[in-house]
Design a protein around this ligand. Structure first.
Ligand code: ADP
Length: 306
């Protein structure tokens, strides 16, 4: 498999202004997988779901997007996490999330986890986020991190977006910093958002973020910064890549996941880091405008759930 995206699919209930709910499927690494697949990249999602009808529908949504689901493990009598989102017709705001019993948390502890780990080791590129890591126990983390190390030795590239959210880590900043650092030590490519990094680490500028990430040995770093230019560090040089056009944002949170897919797809096509950042901006703009794909599956272009 060209890319394995590791994470979760979450049920999203979006309440419209008229009080009706719309049900869809979201999750940051799932969103990136959707955009990668739409960009023509062969991608598998590694996660765990239940055996309930919503897990079946989530699986069907992934399959409909062309995502391989052979690395989706199943757990009896458990249902995926649920997020409640309020919509005013233009912007969406996530209010609550229930994911304590989500099967995705146990991916690396379920029967079959070793098969998932083997596929990470033999992938061209493994993609995951800080949200992914926030799900796992120390046992799960140890197995995931070891798989990344073996994968790197075998030539897999490791791409990581820290995607830090206070709620994902239940407010435990110390654990977040420790775990994210371990991931960065094993990453070839980091795709953080400056706003998140500034809040968790106190970085003064995107340049500071790049310098901090370099201390972990990350060689290719792209710092997203909303409508401001992305700062791209690769091959020993750093350059700014401005957005082609500023958009009046209504639903910003899905943009980072789309950016990552645009960047990774372009790098897999051997485009330069600067050209890839521009491709990332373009895909993010599509997500912000709500027209990311030709025929989006219902709500899979929705904002990321953390
Ligand atoms: P996240 O969505 O992860 O919080 P950012 O807010 O930094 O990340 O945005 C990610 C990307 O989305 C940016 O690098 C840019 O490509 C695009 N983007 C975000 N906001 C805007 C905007 N107002 N106009 C144009 N592009 C934007």
């Amino acid at each position: 498999m060209q890319v394995v995206s590791v994470g979760e699919i979450i049920i999203e209930l979006v309440r419209a202004p008229d009080g009706r709910f719309d049900l869809g499927y979201a999750g940051d690494t799932f969103q990136t997988a959707v955009h990668l697949s739409r960009s023509g990249v062969k991608v598998a999602l590694a996660t765990a779901l239940g055996n309930d009808r919503y897990s079946e529908q989530a699986l069907a949504a992934a399959t409909a997007e062309g995502i391989a689901t052979n690395l989706v493990l199943r757990v009896n009598d458990r249902v995926p996490g649920i997020a409640l989102v309020e919509s005013d017709g233009r912007a969406e705001r996530q209010n609550e999330i229930w994911r304590d019993a989500s099967p995705a948390r146990q991916l690396f502890e379920l029967p079959g986890w070793d098969r998932v780990a083997e596929q990470l080791v033999s992938a061209n590129l493994v993609y995951f986020s800080g949200v992914t890591l926030s799900l796992y126990s120390n046992v799960g983390l140890g197995r995931m991190l070891a798989a990344l190390e073996f994968g790197r030795e075998r030539g897999a590239r490791i791409a990581f977006d820290s995607n830090w959210r206070f709620a994902s880590w239940r407010g435990d900043d110390q654990r977040a910093r420790a775990v994210l650092s371990e991931a960065l030590k094993r990453s070839d490519l980091a795709l953080p958002s400056f706003e998140d990094e500034a809040r968790l680490w106190g970085d003064a500028s995107p340049q500071t973020t790049i310098e901090r990430l370099q201390t972990f040995g990350v060689r290719e770093i792209v710092v997203k910064n909303g409508a401001r230019p992305a700062l791209v560090h690769a091959d020993g040089k750093t350059e700014e890549v401005p957005v082609p056009e500023e958009i009046a944002v209504t639903n910003g949170a899905a943009a980072g996941d789309a950016f990552n897919a645009g960047y990774l797809a372009a790098r897999l096509r051997k485009e330069s880091p600067a050209a890839a950042a521009l491709a990332g901006h373009r895909l993010a703009a599509g997500a912000l405008r709500g027209n990311a794909g030709a025929a989006p599956a219902k709500r899979t272009t929705a904002k990321t759930t953390h």
